[in-house]
Design a protein around this ligand. Structure first.
Ligand code: ADP
Length: 335
């Protein structure tokens, strides 16, 4: 037996065993159970391959013919080297992938901690601001009660301004407080969107009837969601559709949901005043309004709440609108 052939076959066997062990290291790195199972099967397959290699090498070993022996040695060796290289490359890329994933997880954790801090700050500031604002409101009311009409016209007007602004400030602080509490310490549960909308319709019946609004609701799904938050989202979109209706034209609202395999896309469509194209990007920001308080009352927090609620669910929210024709608010919720 040629010594070169024996050496090639032996080195091939060592390399092959090494490859099988590398495969084992790969599947131990994998957290995804599906990947883990696949790589574990590959490891078992390679152990079989290694045993067959030893078997085949033995046959070559007892075989005759020098060239055939040399050729088989070279083929065995190159085969083993090839397998080794493939597995090693796999291991290196998995290591890189894992490192990138770990870094991503680390920054996601840091971001979550920062968000929590921000929420805590928002909560504390808005909570603590409520008290002095309440004091201002009650003293202004006292001043108005005791001195309205007894001072000059200017004083009455100024008192009116202070009273109105402090009430507005109180509304904004309350809005901020509610905003910071959305989704806090809550878990998702199975929610029927149809039932939520029926109950919203009942709650808003006075507003709907007094404005002559109509709401058409298509078949809506049941899904895992934060129920109170989802109700707030639909309620905000419906009340906005009614509030921003055209003069003398009752709001006509259509609510639908489209099944898109991985998620549902909801649409809340109205026939209201519409939003100018170049202002649409602003409407989901906190305290951003496109109208004066004289035109339409509000604090500009409703759509910021909607955005936060959809973020909490891992979805997206956006709007399309034609000025003077109406707007459609779309949002997605994962299945
Ligand atoms: P608010 O209703 O208190 O003003 P929102 O955050 O709910 O605050 O809405 C922000 C702005 O987006 C509104 O001031 C309005 O200009 C615009 N908007 C919201 N919904 C509609 C709608 N359905 N039709 C037209 N404009 C809308």
């Amino acid at each position: 037996m040629n010594i070169i052939v024996i050496s090639l076959i032996l080195i091939g066997a060592v390399i092959l065993l090494q490859s099988a062990l590398l495969t084992k290291r790969i599947f131990k790195l994998l957290t995804n159970t599906d990947f883990y199972r696949r790589w574990r099967s590959l490891f078992i397959l390679m152990i079989f391959f290694f045993l067959s290699y030893i078997g085949a090498a033995y046959i070559v070993f007892i075989g005759k013919g020098e060239y055939l022996e040399l050729l088989s040695g070279v083929v065995f060796f190159s085969g083993a080297l090839f397998v080794y290289l493939v597995v090693r490359t796999g291991l290196l890329s998995f290591k890189k992938l894992k490192k990138a994933n770990d870094e991503l997880e680390k920054s996601a954790k840091e971001l979550k901690a920062k968000n929590k801090d921000m929420e805590q700050i928002t909560y504390i500031t808005s909570h603590d601001l409520q008290e002095p604002v309440r004091t201002i409101i009650s003293f202004v009311e006292l001043l108005k009660k005791e001195y309205e009409g007894k001072l000059d016209g200017y004083a009455d007007r100024y008192l009116g301004y202070i009273s109105e602004s402090s009430h507005r400030m109180s509304d904004m602080i309350k809005g901020l407080l509610d905003f910071s509490q959305l989704g806090k310490d809550k878990s998702k549960e199975e929610v029927s969107c149809g039932s939520i909308l029926e109950s919203i319709k009942r709650d808003l019946s006075a507003l709907i009837d007094s404005t002559g609004s109509t709401i058409q609701i298509d078949k809506l799904p049941k899904l895992q969601a934060f129920e109170i938050e989802l109700r707030l989202l639909f309620q905000n979109l419906i009340t906005n559709a009614i509030k921003f209706r055209k003069k003398d034209i009752p709001a006509d609202i259509k609510i639908s949901a489209k099944d898109e395999d991985t998620h549902w896309t909801f649409a809340v469509k109205d026939n209201g005043i519409g939003i100018e194209e170049n202002h649409i990007h602003k409407i989901f920001l906190l305290f951003q309004r496109l109208h004066t308080r004289e035109e339409f009352e509000g604090t500009g927090i409703g759509l910021a709440n909607c955005k936060k609620i959809i973020d909490l669910h891992g979805g997206k929210i956006w709007a399309k609108s034609i000025i003077g024709e109406g707007s459609t608010f779309y949002f997605t919720l994962p299945k």
